[in-house]
Write a new protein. Sequence first.
Length: 184
Amino acid sequence: MLLERHRAQLLIVDMQERLAPHIHEGEQAVHNAGILLQAAERLEIPVTVSEQYVKGLGPTVAPLQPGIGAATIFEKVHFSCAADAQIRRHLRQLEQEQGRDQIVICGMEAHICVLQTALGLVHAGHRVAVVLDAVGSRNPRSRDIAMARMLKNDIETVTTEMVLFEWMAQAATDEFRALSKLIK
């Protein structure tokens, strides 16, 4: 599946204050999620954010706060966003009303909430891509096993740079000049 900006939506899963410090290479995952957020804003791609049990894990991490101002934010208790009726309805509404049938996912933890979300959304008929360098787990082995399981279940895996360049589709545009700076 080639990612196309007019068909895309971005889903940020549980990148929260009290969880992020315990994630292996969590700072890099947050940094890359920030790049995706900036690109989504510039390219007018809708963003949805989930927060798992905010009372215990806190809100979305501070570095992402400026970029999620226009996002739709949902607090959840299910591990999978696909198991939460409100989130599921919201994602389906974006697909039906705006043609946003590609869900690009980043977040924490890869082997729990991200994996269950991706599997659930694929099962519900969505087209899903998980951004490998914008997800993490406390244990890197858990992340690796989650990624292998996603591949086995026909879930696209991509990198932040792949997403940006597929969303932009061409060089020599104002968008290219602005967004290509994010990865240099």
